[in-house]
Design a protein around this ligand. Structure first.
Ligand SMILES: [Zn+2]
Ligand SMILES: [Zn+2]
Length: 644
């Protein structure tokens, strides 16, 4: 019997289908009565979990067949994948001597790598898109053919990349997809015909080596994207434009927040005075809140003996991310990639009793990890970064309560920085893992219960936990709807074993504590990058590196401006004076570009009346007022999280 599952989750059992019936035949039973055609948004089927073309035979008469609609996750992937083929068809028909390689789907789109003498530039996009539109208009049916590898090798004898790809396929048969006069080797599935494509765009090009290896020929990679509707495409493109304006690398330079230097090395961040000012505000807030929440803050070294990393397992399992050892008095040391073993040593420095637990050690710990230069990206992927790390040691019965506290703490901290929308993921036991069934079961239950009792919605990622324990990851959503992975809470059954952690239990025996790693912001570098983009560089008053800029109108008000600024500084307001002999209009424009929350203009009238004339970044020009009144106003707004 075939059980059909509609895109809305409704089930329907059908006896009349057999293995020769196609996915289309099966899904027709989900179409409205009397309709002769499948609804246009049905683009493929999932037969016992495997994606198949509408034209594919079910191959079995016992199956669950799910309808795949174009605006589902699977549907969008099929749509983008098919678009890559349509683009390839357009490119080979436009540019002679082009060899095809591969065209996978990636996040938010797809690419195709071409070996071609032609150098693609943005001028070519329109030409390729026009050709693609012709192919779409022709509405070629897309058909699949399964042939033997030997036949395929004959058919594609002149295409060296396809021959190489086929050598890597273990099966004896391969599938070939055809649309019009264009054929490509592919596993599929695809849209039923080219006319299904409604909204697409070529977005960029780049050079890329075949199989990512610099010894191989340089190919041309053309990126594009596709969406189920023109409206979806448009809002994605608008978001891209907006993201470009907010790019933290661009704003970091314009606002003089941070930089990197070739002489220092890639992925190593220099925090400039204004960036460092924001960082110190974040750190002060972080420390204060950690003390409030019962944490002890500790400091640990930047290097340690290799033996420590052998004991922790990092040396064996994490080697490709470690920097080479340095010799100190005949002993090998490495810079730390993690803080965990250090915190464990602090725990182990004393005999702990059940009464001491939980113990919570926190550190803004700077670590260094090797990342390939190709993946480095501004503040987001770096080689040196400071984790807002903490390790919690507790009795097994305290786990659920501790996780609840951590979750509450995370949401409070994220909310203070303006992140109030997030997705939570609970990752459970992977295939390869350490720790007993009982440990895993208990820890997963504790994490689940903690999430539920805090009223938090979460998505389970089965088998995606770390080998040493289950975890909760939190992805925050920024002001333009993008997701950023920041917070993580991970139970660890491994390190307590390796370092033989114990506490004296109530019976006077020794018991292993449960250990939890957690980070709220993740790394300060990454979090700062995320903050810059979230606020588009216009930090709320409590985070702004310069809060008030005092602008003089003429030289006559210079002394008064200095007086105003020093009073502000005395009150702890971060103020600067601009008394350059420039036009006021220019000074205002520059302060606006610096995205400073308040300008205070002091003219002759202000000097005479002992007033200031504020101009707010958000509220515009304000009436002249006494300095005291202005300072009250600033104090009111200058609170963590800003005024709600
Ligand atoms: Zn394909
Ligand atoms: Zn850790």
């Amino acid at each position: 019997m075939i059980t059909l599952i509609s895109n809305k989750g409704e089930e329907k059992n059908i006896d009349s289908l057999n293995g020769d019936s196609t996915v289309r035949d099966a899904l027709m039973h989900l179409a409205p009565e009397d309709s002769e055609k499948l609804p246009k948004n049905f683009v493929a089927g999932k037969v016992n979990g495997e994606l198949k073309d509408l034209s594919s035979a079910l191959g079995t008469s016992e199956a669950k067949v799910e309808a795949v609609v174009i605006d589902s996750e699977d549907g969008i992937e099929i749509l983008r994948h098919t678009t890559a083929h349509i683009m390839a068809q357009a490119v080979v028909s436009l540019y002679k001597d082009t060899d095809l390689t591969i065209g996978p789907v990636i996040e938010n789109g797809f690419y195709y790598d071409f070996d071609t003498p032609h150098n693609f530039t943005p001028d070519d996009y329109k030409k390729i898109e026009d050709k693609m539109n012709e192919i779409i208009k022709a509405n070629y049916p897309i058909s699949r053919e399964d042939i033997s590898k030997a036949d395929a090798k004959k058919r594609f004898a002149s295409e060296k990349y396809k021959l190489e790809i086929m050598d890597g396929i273990p099966d004896d048969s391969v599938s070939v997809y055809k649309q019009g006069d264009f054929e490509d080797l592919c596993r599929g599935p695809h849209l039923p015909s080219t006319g299904y494509l409604q909204a697409f765009k070529i977005t960029s090009t780049a050079g890329a080596y075949w199989r990512g290896d610099e010894k191989n020929p340089m190919l041309q990679r053309v990126y594009g994207t596709a969406f189920p509707s023109k409206k979806d495409l448009k809002s994605y493109l608008t978001m891209l434009e907006e993201a470009k304006k907010r790019d933290h690398r661009k704003l970091g330079k314009e606002l003089d927040l941070f930089s990197t230097s070739e002489d220092i090395g890639s992925g190593l961040i220099l925090w400039h005075p204004k960036g460092a000012r924001v960082r110190s505000i974040i750190e002060d807030f972080w420390k204060k809140e950690h003390y409030k929440n019962g944490y002890s803050i500790i400091n640990t070294p930047h290097v340690a003996k290799v033996d420590l990393w052998k004991k922790s397992g990092h040396w064996d399992f994490y080697k490709e991310n470690l920097y080479s050892p340095m010799d100190v008095d005949g002993q090998d040391y490495i810079v730390k990639p993690m803080n965990c073993p250090f915190h464990i040593e602090v725990f182990n420095s004393n005999l702990r009793s059940y009464r001491d637990l939980p113990i919570r050690y926190a550190e803004l710990g700077t670590v260094y990890r090797y990342e390939r230069s190709g993946v480095l990206h501004g503040l987001l992927r770096v080689r040196g970064f400071t984790q807002d790390d903490a390790h919690l040691y507790m009795r097994p019965d305290q786990l659920e309560d501790e996780i609840r506290k951590v979750l509450r703490f995370i949401l409070y901290i994220l909310g203070s920085f303006g992140f109030n929308s997030y997705d939570m993921y609970l990752s459970t036991r992977p295939e390869k893992s350490v720790g007993s069934d009982k440990d895993w079961e208990r820890a997963e239950t504790a994490l689940k219960n903690a999430l539920t009792s805090e009223g938090l919605d979460y998505i389970v990622d089965p088998g995606e936990g770390v080998f040493y324990g289950p975890k909760i990851d939190i992805k925050i959503k920024d002001s333009i709807g993008r997701s950023w992975q920041c917070s993580t809470v991970q139970v660890d059954f491994n390190l307590p074993e390796r370092f033989d952690l114990n506490y004296r239990d109530e019976e006077g025996g020794e018991t292993r504590p449960v250990m939890v790693h957690r980070a709220l912001m993740g790394s300060l570098e990454r979090f700062f990058g995320c903050l810059i983009e979230h606020y588009s560089g216009a930090f709320p008053l409590w985070l702004a590196p310069v809060q008030v800029k005092v602008l003089t109108v003429t030289d006559r008000t210079n002394d008064y401006a200095e007086e105003v600024a020093s009073k502000l500084l005395e009150e702890g307001v971060r103020a600067e004076v601009d008394k350059r002999n420039e036009k006021l209009g220019l000074k205002i424009r520059e302060a606006q570009l610096e995205k400073i929350p308040y300008m205070v203009i002091v003219g002759d009238n202000d000097l005479n009346d002992k007033t200031v004339s504020p101009r707010s970044r958000d509220k515009g020009v304000m009436d002249a007022m006494s300095l005291e009144k202005f300072m009250e106003l600033v104090a009111e707004e200058n609170v963590v999280g800003g005024v709600k």
